[in-house]
Design a protein around this ligand. Structure first.
Ligand SMILES: Nc1ncnc2c1ncn2[C@@H]1O[C@H](COP(=O)(O)OP(=O)(O)OP(=O)(O)O)[C@@H](O)[C@H]1O
Ligand SMILES: [Mg+2]
Length: 226
């Protein structure tokens, strides 16, 4: 069985609109192991978010296979996908998607709502990301970087095996982005597989491996380890 916590094999993604067909991913082979931090780079519109969404079971490939923890997750039902996401995957989206009417702590607890709350883990995680003194703040009482850290805490509340981050340092200043990246590196060193899609070269200072999405395929660019 594969040691990969999340994996794509021969993934093709095509969009059809009327007569036109757009191939965004044309045969992606990619995987991440526990404790490994991989960056995915490439120009705007090349398919990075699409790839991340397929890896996180938020979108389905046209062709190919998606595996989570070595198990085929390509043909799960909608219900099974939701369960698998909740159990194994943490997401950090570029736009945070915090709920404005909930405090920082309540936002972090959202993914545990179906299983009866996190029993104080939300508060602990907020302390870990340096927001112990902001647990009762609402999103509009937080800075951009603080919101990003709340989103990061929320992505970890269910102890995922893999963390998928879309531009985790988008719009952050240097200091805040350093602290978010330190945090992601720490999470990764605790055994979580991390895939970060980004335009920010800075992430490669923290990653174990860097790939580039180029004409619909993944090519390795940095830190060859094998
Ligand atoms: N539902 C859709 N229907 C048709 N085309 C789509 C759809 N969703 C995305 N696309 C196209 O797929 C391509 C890849 O989009 P994607 O969001 O994955 O790019 P990206 O690499 O994340 O870009 P960015 O760096 O700007 O975030 C784009 O050219 C986009 O226009
Ligand atoms: Mg994108």
């Amino acid at each position: 069985m594969s040691r990969k916590v999340a994996e794509l094999e021969g993934v093709v993604k095509r969009y059809e609109s009327g007569e036109d067909e757009l191939t965004v991913l044309s045969g992606v082979d990619f995987g991440v192991e526990r404790g490994e931090f991989v960056t995915v780079m490439g120009p705007s519109g090349c398919g990075k978010t699409t790839m991340l969404n397929i890896l996180g079971l938020l979108d389905e490939p046209t062709e190919g296979t998606v595996r989570l923890d070595g198990k085929d997750a390509t043909d799960l039902t909608e219900k099974e996908r939701t369960l698998a996401r909740r159990e194994s995957i943490g997401f950090v989206f570029q736009d945070f998607y915090l709920i404005p009417t909930l405090t920082a702590e309540e936002n972090v607890d959202v993914p545990t709502a179906f299983s009866g709350g996190s029993g104080g883990r939300a508060r602990e995680l907020l302390e870990t990301v340096g927001l112990g003194d902001r647990v009762d703040h609402y999103p509009d009482e937080l800075s951009g970087g603080q919101k990003q850290r709340v989103a990061l805490a929320r992505s970890l509340v269910n102890s995922p095996g893999v963390l998928l981050a879309d531009e985790p340092t988008g719009n952050l200043d240097k200091e805040t982005s350093d602290s978010v990246l330190d945090e992601i590196r720490r999470i990764c060193d605790d055994g979580v597989g991390v895939v970060a899609v980004t335009h920010d070269e800075k992430l490669t200072e923290y990653s174990d491996r860097d790939v580039r999405l180029d004409e619909g395929e993944v090519r390795r660019t940095g830190k060859v380890t094998e």
